[in-house]
Design a protein around this ligand. Structure first.
Ligand code: EPU
Length: 429
């Protein structure tokens, strides 16, 4: 049975939202548990269906998992019981590819279903495969599976990624931690999630330098130990709620965030007429950020953006930013440089009255005064939240169908929005 959300728009959101742990750090961190036979405890793991999908896969591979009430997960994998990731797991979640590096590193073989296409683009894994081949793995594609073997183990080498890949860099970081010799990843992804994964691996005994920059050096070790590690706040969730405050002309305090991870995004919001500032720190040193519209403007100002690898404008915030631009006072152009098919929210936003035309990689958004509620359909995680944001500001009632996408990446979104005065209701159709 499918779920939908009904939203009565036009209510300014006011109050506090506590940001959850990062989905895109939690996923590779869970996969890292395969690298050791010692216990790994992760704290602040968000409750999301993508996390459950990864835990199901790990459990199939032989990991014993204990979940606690307080969002901690303890895992131990004394032995790997299976070295294959079947299609049914990978089909549900592309990030299942993150077990490829750890399985080859620990078991010297792996068979992982090819992810296939996904809503936002083809998203190949050729760079993951060629990097592991350069490290000594023999890989064939057979019956839709990536079948890898490395009977003598993996060997460090220089890996030049021709384009920046987040999970590609993460797979190689994990594989290289247990390889023989030194690996250098050149043109490594610099996303905070990659850097934090390297921090976790270092805590587990890996020897890694340069993470956060474009060249990462990993000196392989024979074994890794367990660790106890807190997942950092989700920067994309933070950015999404910042836009929720902006589109509804409300005032939100976003608690437990890291401002620095979004400094370019907040600069872009400032150009659009949105103020943000750190108002206090948590005992753990995290930021509490206040976001509201600038008092000088009564309309949102148009801003042009281009998505790019970190520290550029995140593709994962493009759809939400486009929702903000639908009510700007002028014309904004939004260029998607990371994924070739990430404008699927455009026809749905148009159904709500937005004026958007697509020219290749660029969407040209001419602002209108108001969106008007109607039925829309979510197609992927970030597109679906952009429609919820649109519903929050649209006049009348918006119904967002196929809501399941949103539960892959937004913990407790209903409760978080309701606590800030949103008029929303979820129902099953
Ligand atoms: N690419 C290839 N070959 C490869 C790997 C990547 O052609 O072997 C291409 C992709 O098709 C894409 C580009 O390189 O055009 C960058 O893709 P990347 O590998 O960086 O993406 P990813 O690792 O699959 C992660 C996030 C995505 C996020 C992107 C970009 C996780 C689990 N997923 O995906 O998150 O959009 O990086 O920042 O970390 C989301 O959370 O909604 C989401 C889609």
């Amino acid at each position: 049975m499918l779920q939908s959300m009904s939203i009565s728009g036009g209510v300014p959101l006011n109050g506090e939202v506590t940001v959850s742990g990062s989905k895109n750090l939690a996923l590779p961190s869970l996969a890292a548990s395969l690298l050791t036979d010692s216990p790994l405890t992760l704290r602040n793991v968000p409750r999301l269906s993508d996390i459950d999908s990864m835990l199901d896969l790990l459990s199939y591979l032989g990991t014993r998992i204990e979940k606690s009430e307080n969002n901690s997960i303890s895992m131990v994998t004394p032995d790997i019981k299976a070295t294959d990731a079947p299609y049914d797991f990978v089909r549900k979640m592309r990030a299942s590819i993150l077990v490829l590096g750890p399985l080859i590193a620990r078991c010297r073989r792996a068979s992982v279903s090819l992810p296939g296409g996904c809503a936002i683009g083809a998203r190949g894994v050729n760079l993951h495969i060629s990097a592991l081949e350069q490290m000594g793995a023999d890989i064939v594609i057979d019956n839709g599976y990536i079948k890898a073997s490395a009977p003598k183990g993996l060997f460090g080498c220089d890996i030049h990624f021709p384009i920046s890949t987040v999970t590609g860099t993460e797979n190689i970081l994990m594989a290289a931690s247990l390889a023989k010799g030194t690996t250098r990843i050149i043109n490594a992804a610099m996303e905070p999630e990659v850097t934090a994964l390297a921090d976790l691996l270092i805590l587990m005994g890996a020897k890694i330098e340069g993470h956060g920059g474009s060249i990462i050096t990993i000196e392989g070790t024979d074994s890794l130990n367990g660790a106890d590690f807190a997942i950092m706040p989700d920067r994309i969730e933070t950015g999404t709620y910042a836009i929720a405050a902006s589109v509804t002309n409300g005032n939100l305090i976003l608690k437990n965030c890291i401002y620095d991870h979004l400094s370019q995004f907040f600069d872009t919001l400032r150009l659009a007429g949105i103020e943000s500032k750190i108002i206090s720190k948590t005992p753990d040193g995290l930021d509490n950020i206040e976001v509201h519209r600038s008092e000088r403007d009564d309309r949102i100002r148009p801003v042009d953006v281009l998505t790019a690898p970190y520290p550029g404008f995140a593709t994962d915030l493009q759809a939400q930013f486009m929702t903000l631009m639908t009510i700007c006072n002028g014309t904004s152009s939004i260029t998607e440089n990371i994924f070739e098919n990430r404008f699927m929210h455009v026809p749905e936003l148009s159904r709500l009255g937005a004026n958007i035309s697509i020219h290749g990689k660029t969407a040209v958004v001419t602002g209108v005064r108001n969106l008007i509620g109607t039925q829309v359909m979510a197609t992927d995680l970030r597109a679906s939240v952009s429609l919820v944001l649109a519903g929050l500001m649209a006049r009348g009632e918006t119904i967002v169908n196929r809501l399941y996408h949103i539960d892959r990446g937004y913990e407790n979104i209903d409760q978080k929005l309701l606590s800030c005065n949103a008029r929303i209701e979820r129902f099953t159709v």
